[in-house]
Write a protein that binds this ligand. Structure first.
Ligand code: FAD
Ligand code: EPU
Length: 340
């Protein structure tokens, strides 16, 4: 394993923000992680795991050993007539895994097609899209503790998954590197197509009894149309989470703002689309120097070239203030912020 100093990170985050890692290691074998941890401990540097950099805001110098996981491997752990449990290495890319599962008749992940990033990062925020969240498929998560190098195995329940949330953002934050994720998938088609945009798309195509392949194709079609490709318009997907509020507060807001879409979440809460509120504050398509809000999606901040982390965060701050001023709703940033 080769550890490099003062390594640029602009090509390693999808917002293409300039930043430098104090040190960087690309890890191809799980066993090299312990060596990386020891190296970092000797230099009193924290370890910062980085996947595809699609959910981070980086600025300046990151005083850390950045560990880029490049481990690969998909194995069948067990299977029956109804389900199959796969073990997938953390460095595998998410979307090719979704395609591979569909091709092999392992169903469930279709709604999560085209989400950028690695398998190891997927449990961190419990990735979700089009009515499905990762947590429904997680059997166990394997990790190594950064301080001792010891292995740790967490059941799905122990991961404390919630909307864009898990134990890895709280009690276990910055303490471990996820090395492998076990997923339980269905051997029989298991279609979930009631998310409004997905149901509309299938309806428009005249599909009344969608197959998993239909769902996959529809999700890919919607995403390609609605979300900018980071390769040409650098971004980190949704910049804010959709806020969850008690139902009573949501009813009051819906009366004040006719047309506000409301997504019930459990029995006494609802999620409000941050995009709708941002758009209704007039931000969609707004541009301030190198950074701006995408003209097709109000939740996506784009670095049009030459922007840095401070510019992105300054714009995000203005947006959050204006949404709070108009709707009284606090927005929370989704990507993790690193550096100064
Ligand atoms: P990174 O950005 O590299 O890391 C994110 C966080 O996870 C960091 O804190 C990092 O330290 C930590 N981390 C990464 N790997 C590990 C590991 N092995 N062990 C421990 N910690 C680790 N998200 C959704 O949920 N739904 C969507 O529909 C969606 N759409 C998106 C669309 C676009 C265009 C983009 C750019 C992003 C989108 N995202 C979406 C966000 C992003 O794709 C996910 O959060 C993804 O899981 C991040 O993976 P990554 O490998 O890029 O993680
Ligand atoms: N909307 C607007 N203006 C816009 C965009 C959307 O008013 O510019 C409205 C839509 O009309 C709709 C509502 O907002 O009524 C929701 O829109 P959409 O279905 O596009 O979903 P979203 O809330 O913007 C969330 C996730 C996405 C995920 C999609 C699909 C969060 C923070 N974002 O977006 O995840 O792909 O649903 O399930 O939950 C990500 O996390 O990076 C991400 C892209």
């Amino acid at each position: 394993m080769h550890i490099r100093s003062a390594e640029p990170l602009q090509d390693r985050n999808t917002l293409a923000l300039p930043a430098t890692a104090e040190a960087l290691a690309v890890v191809h074998r799980e066993e090299d992680l312990r060596e990386a941890f020891a190296w970092a401990a000797a230099g009193q540097l924290p370890v910062l795991p980085l996947g595809s950099g699609s959910n981070v805001v980086l600025s300046g110098r990151l005083n850390a050993l950045v560990v880029c996981l490049a481990t690969t491997g998909r194995e069948i752990i067990r299977q029956g007539d109804e389900s199959i449990v796969l073990g997938v290495a953390a460095g595998e890319e998410w979307h090719p895994l979704v395609e591979w599962c569909l091709d092999h008749g392992y169903f469930g992940l279709e709604n999560l097609a085209l989400i950028p990033g690695t398998v190891g990062a997927a449990p961190i925020q419990n990735i979700g899209a089009y009515g499905v969240e990762l947590h429904s498929f997680v059997e166990r998560v394997h990790a190594l503790r950064i301080d001792t190098g010891e292995p740790l195995v967490l059941s799905a329940q122990e991961c404390e998954f919630a909307y864009r949330d898990s134990v890895f953002k709280h009690r276990l934050r910055d303490t471990l590197v996820i090395t492998r994720v076990e997923l339980r998938l269905s051997r029989r088609p298991d279609v979930r197509a009631d998310y409004p945009a997905l149901a509309r798309s299938l309806d428009h195509s005249g599909i009344t009894a969608p197959t998993p392949r239909d769902v996959f194709d529809a999700v890919v079609g919607i995403r390609v149309k609605r979300l900018p490709d980071p390769a040409s318009e650098p971004n980190a997907g949704s910049f804010f989470k959709n806020p969850r509020l008690p139902m009573a507060a949501v009813r009051e807001l819906a009366l004040r703002f006719p047309g506000l879409p409301v997504y019930p979440h459990g029995s006494d809460e609802a999620k409000l689309p941050a995009a709708w509120m941002i758009e209704h504050c007039g931000w969609k398509g707004y541009r301030e120097g190198a950074v701006g809000i995408h003209p097709q999606h109000a939740l996506v901040i784009v670095n049009y070239g030459g922007g840095d982390g401070n510019a992105v965060l300054a714009l995000a701050d203005k947006i959050a203030h204006s949404v709070f001023g108009r709707f009284g709703v606090a927005l929370e940033i989704e990507p993790r912020i690193y550096g100064q």
